[in-house]
Write a protein that binds this ligand. Sequence first.
Ligand SMILES: Nc1nc2c(c(=O)[nH]1)N[C@@H](CN(C=O)c1ccc(C(=O)N[C@@H](CCC(=O)O)C(=O)O)cc1)CN2
Length: 291
Amino acid sequence: MTAQIIDGKAFAAALRARVGGVATAFETASGRKAGLAVVLVGEDPASAVYVRSKGKATLAANMASFEHKLPADTAQADLIALVDRLNADPAVDGILVQLPLPAHLDEQAVLLRINPNKDVDGFHPVNAGRLATGLPGFVPCTPLGCLMLLQDQLGDLSGKEAVVIGRSNIVGKPMAALLTAASCTVTLAHSRTRDLAAHVSRADIVVAAVGRAGFVKGEWLKPGATVIDVGINRVEGGLVGDVEFDSAACVAGAITPVPGGVGPMTIACLLRNTLVAAHRNAGVELDEAAL
Ligand SMILES: Nc1nc2c(c(=O)[nH]1)N[C@@H](CN(C=O)c1ccc(C(=O)N[C@@H](CCC(=O)O)C(=O)O)cc1)CN2
């Protein structure tokens, strides 16, 4: 193995500490804590773990955490009514509805109901539009975390060839938009892409977000490429990413592990977005780029 391992866990811990310091200063300046409301519907075990982690991380960063746990058979109207109450609550700066929702609920309608200025997940189409057009808004946490890791690793990304594999609204599309804004030349590849290996072989940066264990092979990579693995696939023996780690680590210059790479950045960026929302809502100045 020759690749450097990108330690997302350590980077995320440092970001959470920085957010905690700024959150304390925010409380002094505004007379209240920044607040994050998290809504969990049902009992999906992985979602319950993520929601618990979010609550703990929020409190540890000196912000207020409001957890709303609803039964799996919650009606659409009741969930919408809760979102409306959170939209109107001045103690709540950020609202997050944990995904996936149970199948009977209309996810898009729920996400559309969140006030875009409290949409710290960055999933509302208004925030997607702001990202696409370079306006200030909220960027989805996982791609934002990937961008931070890439900039820490490579510095200026301008002119780099980047391939993003996966075109979801939550990761692939915003990731491509962020890399475009960072002046990369971006290919957004997906399940219908022909000769994916040829695209990947030209890339300085590969972001894999396809949701298929070990899908990207080491022999596809350009030697020295930086590989960001967004996949979290549960297989016998534990968690693996979308990249075949052992073969990729022999060719890449740097690679994120799974676990301990991109995953921890998701929650750290959620805290960051919540603190940004609090400053905007309270009219307290913040150097957002420095956070
Ligand atoms: N409303 C949202 N729902 C979901 C999101 C999201 O960003 N907003 N993302 C995922 C789940 N998620 C946070 O919600 C999340 C996933 C993974 C991790 C993480 O730290 N993973 C660890 C491994 C954890 C394990 O052992 O299972 C890692 O990769 O190192 C954090 C948050 C879907 N839903």
